[in-house]
Design a protein around this ligand. Structure first.
Ligand SMILES: [Zn+2]
Length: 453
């Protein structure tokens, strides 16, 4: 629903930004190991250059989606089958999905509105945020909370009718570059918060101050958008890799239980934890901003894709005293999301649903700041398009997310009960950045398995 005129439009130009069909003939296979030995085969596959795990490697009986370039497909699939692993071709040509994703090179022209039918580049998102703030100067402000590794602003849209005195809700997206749907959904939320006539949504900004970071990883998004690699995930920082591998996984870089499983010390890995906690400015600056509003911060919400999950702390194997409270909210949220389009989400703990993934932002928000309510979403889909969700699904994805968000905000209003154990916890000290131990294994197997969301 777009009740007011927005001042941004997109004029499409020819999409040539990738400089060719980079992913032509690349296929995504769904592989399902049945035992530990087969999982180890997938782990070996992960170490192979040119192969990209979109999800997994996951434990037995749970599928992993693996993208394989054309020249490796024959031998690898034969090898996988020899080991008795069930394998299905899931996406027959990645480039076709990318080509159908719509224009990559767009221009913003003032005069009409963003219609949520395309994915915006970083500059376009920022122009749109600026326009929104200009249209709502009494309540909306764009603030830069600092610069990315390559010098791009990290722009947060603040919405406050209270002069920043109300409980605060945080929403971030696109910490992983290729998860384009997340940023689009976050913009939809902003649009609704500022422009909807719906009484319930209006009450959300009456009663809460909002802080939305639509592009957590602007360097990565710019790289995946225009510079040639749609499937890029990490930041774009320099590393000491002799192979010139760049970037760290900004969602394995936060200073709570950092590098304690499910992340890698190999700079070429998609889950490289970085040389130390908060080595990546994108994670560090965001954590500092969150600390600055921590007295009011009531709800921390982070968006990822894909798999349709509602994730609750922790991503490491430590007890979460509010598990039952969060699960109840997650189950109600799942029901609300399913109403409009019957989209099935699954709530649960990160380790239970995806295995160990240490150094994530939600774990830090809960473990260090002890924010009352913290959730991470894995948005659509379940693998038919994977990360390359068609832009025609931005609005349905956003609408169902808003239905889920309403449940969570109602839970917040009702008050989040703390368990006795949680009440006894004192606020943990912020973990100082630590240098990665040189004699740690190249890949940390303590977590054994992890997912790439
Ligand atoms: Zn992600």
């Amino acid at each position: 629903m777009f009740t007011k005129v927005l001042l941004v439009t997109l004029i499409s130009t020819v999409a040539f930004a990738y400089g060719g069909d980079v992913f032509s003939g690349y296929k995504v296979y769904r592989m399902t190991p049945e035992n530990e030995a087969q999982v180890q085969v997938l782990r070996a596959l992960e170490e192979l250059g040119g192969v990209s795990f979109w999800t997994g490697p996951n434990p037995p009986h749970r599928s992993s989606d693996v993208m394989i370039p054309p020249h490796l497909q024959g031998d690898i699939i034969e090898g996988i089958k020899k080991h008795g692993i069930a394998v299905n071709e899931y996406i027959s040509n990645v480039q076709t999905l990318i080509d159908n994703e719509g224009p990559l090179d767009t221009k913003i022209v003032k005069g009409t509105r963003y219609d949520f039918q395309s994915y915006l580049d970083v500059d376009e998102v920022y122009a749109w945020l600026d326009e929104q703030a200009a249209l709502h100067p009494d309540i909306a402000t764009v603030v830069s909370i600092g610069k990315s590794f390559e010098g791009r602003d990290l722009k947060v849209l603040k919405i406050s009718k209270s002069g920043e005195t109300k409980p605060a809700i945080w929403l971030d997206a696109n910490i992983h570059a290729r998860e384009w749907i997340t940023g689009a959904v976050s913009l939809y939320v902003i649009d609704q918060l500022l422009n909807s006539d719906n009484a319930e949504i209006k009450s959300w900004t009456d009663d809460y101050d909002w802080y939305v970071l639509p592009v957590h990883n602007p360097d990565g998004l710019a790289y995946s958008k225009l510079a040639g690699n749609r499937m890029w995930r990490k930041t774009r920082s320099d590393t000491d890799s002799i192979l010139n591998c760049k970037g760290a996984d900004a969602n394995r870089n936060w200073g709570f239980e950092w590098f304690t499983g499910g992340s890698s010390s190999n700079p070429c890995s998609d889950t490289y934890a970085g040389p130390s906690a908060f080595s990546e400015p994108e994670a560090k600056l965001t954590s500092e901003f969150l600390e600055s509003i921590s007295d009011r911060l009531a709800f921390f919400l982070s968006l990822h894709s894909y798999s349709q999950l509602i994730l609750i702390p922790y991503g490491v194997d430590i007890e979460f005293p509010q598990h039952e409270v969060y699960m109840d909210i997650g189950l109600d949220t799942k029901d609300a999301i399913a109403q409009k389009y019957r989209t099935e989400f699954t709530p649960g703990n990160i380790v239970d649903l995806l295995y160990v993934a240490s150094g994530g932002s939600m774990d830090w928000a809960k473990g260090v700041l002890n924010v009352p309510l913290t959730f991470t979403f894995e948005l659509r889909d379940t693998g038919a398009y994977g990360f390359i969700l068609p832009p025609s699904l931005i609005i349905p994805s956003s609408e169902e997310f808003m239905d889920g968000l309403a449940v969570m905000i109602n839970a917040l209003r009702a008050g989040i009960p703390e368990s006795d154990a949680a009440r006894k916890q004192t606020k943990p000290a912020i973990i100082k950045p630590q240098i990665l131990h040189k004699n740690k294994p190249t890949v940390d197997f303590r977590g054994k398995f992890f997912s790439k969301h």
